[in-house]
Design a protein around this ligand. Structure first.
Ligand code: AMP
Length: 121
């Protein structure tokens, strides 16, 4: 899939759409989700142009991949949810209803969210 330079997160990265920067380094940017689904709901995106987690995993450099996951951990720490716990969701492709075609991870926490799957145990 070709990267769409006009997707919302590309515009945020270029500073064309305002956001509240929670964390930024040379690999990643984190900002609040505009439509929060938990007490804490932050999005983290790589600075590189990757359409999805599949694209990121397959084509990003080892430095970018390490940088992104280190940034994600740093964001959880900053948000004070490292100890209480959090959920990371990455939608990828049509079945997941991925809306924005720039790879992003949702970081959700700050409250008891229950088990994701309804199974015993
Ligand atoms: P997904 O379905 O995984 O592609 O999720 C995209 C997310 O981006 C949704 O949760 C939206 O609420 C969020 N979103 C869309 N536009 C913005 C924006 N300008 N700032 C912050 N979050 C946004």
């Amino acid at each position: 899939m070709t990267y769409d330079e006009n997707n919302i997160f590309a515009k945020i990265l270029r500073g064309e759409i305002p956001t509240q920067k929670i964390y930024e380094d040379s690999y990643a940017l984190a900002f609040p989700d505009i439509n929060p689904q938990a007490a804490v709901h932050v999005l983290i995106i790589p600075k590189g142009k990757y359409v999805s987690i599949a694209d990121f995993g397959a084509t990003a450099s080892p430095e970018e991949i390490t940088g992104f996951y280190r940034a994600l951990s740093a964001v959880a720490k900053l948000l004070n949810i490292e100890e209480s716990g959090y959920r990371v969701i990455c939608n990828s492709g049509p079945d997941s209803h991925q809306l924005v075609p720039h790879f992003h991870a949702h970081i959700l926490g700050g409250e008891k969210m229950g088990h994701l799957f309804v199974t015993a145990g």
